[in-house]
Design a protein around this ligand. Structure first.
Ligand code: BMX
Length: 284
């Protein structure tokens, strides 16, 4: 039987029926950012309530932190304002009537890329460069979640700075930095302008690349994975990966990460969440 998978992100909410790593059907709506967990689950139910009977359990990938008890919180409330300790799996089980498992969106994507995507059979770190920066790590065939579910939250690291890395590098920062130069652009428009050769956009893109390259270098030193799988709207934008590799080309081979593009795209979260739910089995 197939599984229901939800992916609740800062901009979109996806519902999918998934079987063995394949998405059978998928539907998407915009996330009502002003709503809350109950409204988001109600919206998901409205989106796919007609699938009831076609699944007997569900997996949920979400932006934010999910602990071992299935409680959901934001680490960065600017990405999505999730009330601390939201009992996500309990709420989802009550709404959909089947056992639910939940995990962070980038951790779910890391797992999916390991099982079915760009890193099958490999130790890997997955990085999504999108609105924020998320990540996940799979070693020895296991997804790392850590004591509290934090493992892989690279966007929250600060280095020596006062602010989060994702506030200095990712989509929200690109849009804000563009506005400061008098250009009302989102991240993809900034990169588009950079391709047209506009200086203001080229320097923002270079800054983003420099910072992501530094992160990849640090990840290699921290985990020494076989692969770093790069995903997200920015990570997969035209030319980003080759330019990132160029930034790292000078490193000694032992320090140089092997970067590959994510293969499962926007479906990675639902595929990973479904597979985790399938492996874990019912836990009410
Ligand atoms: C934030 C954080 C992560 C998430 C990452 C990418 C919140 C609400 N989210 O760092 O949990 O994985 O953003 O999220 O604290 P995306 O929506 O940009 O893909």
């Amino acid at each position: 039987m197939s599984l229901l998978a939800l992916d609740i992100g800062g901009t979109k909410l996806m519902a999918a029926l998934v079987e063995g790593g394949n998405v059978l059907e998928a539907r998407r709506i915009a996330t009502d950012r002003a709503g809350g967990p109950t409204a988001w689950l109600d919206a998901a139910y409205e989106l796919c309530g007609d699938w009831i009977g076609r699944f007997d359990r569900m997996g949920i990938a979400v932006t934010g932190l999910v602990d071992k008890q299935g409680r959901w919180s934001a680490l960065n409330r600017a990405t999505l304002d999730i009330p601390p300790g939201t009992p996500l799996t309990k709420m989802a089980q009550a709404r959909f009537g089947v056992p639910a498992q939940a995990l962070n969106d980038a951790q779910a994507a890391a797992w999916a890329e390991h099982r079915f995507g760009a890193g099958v059979g490999h130790d890997l770190v997955f990085l999504t460069i999108s609105t924020g920066i998320g990540g996940g790590a799979v070693f020895g065939g296991r997804l790392l979640s850590g004591r509290s579910g934090l493992a892989g939250h690279f966007g929250q690291t600060r280095g020596g700075a006062d602010s989060r890395l994702e506030s200095r590098v990712a989509g929200r920062w690109l849009a804000e930095a563009a506005a400061k130069t008098g250009h009302a652009s989102d991240a993809s428009a900034v990169f588009e302008a950079a391709r047209r050769g506009e200086d203001w956009a080229g320097s923002l893109r270079r800054e983003c690349l420099t910072q992501v390259a530094a992160l990849c270098r640090d990840i290699q030193l921290t985990f020494d994975p076989d692969l770093i799988v790069i995903g997200g709207g920015i990570g997969l934008s035209e030319g980003f990966l080759p330019d990132l590799c160029a930034h790292l080309a000078e490193l000694a081979p032992v320090l140089r990460p092997e970067l590959v593009a994510a293969r499962l795209g926007a479906e990675a979260g639902v595929i990973g969440a479904a597979d985790i739910a399938a492996q874990t089995g019912p836990t009410i």
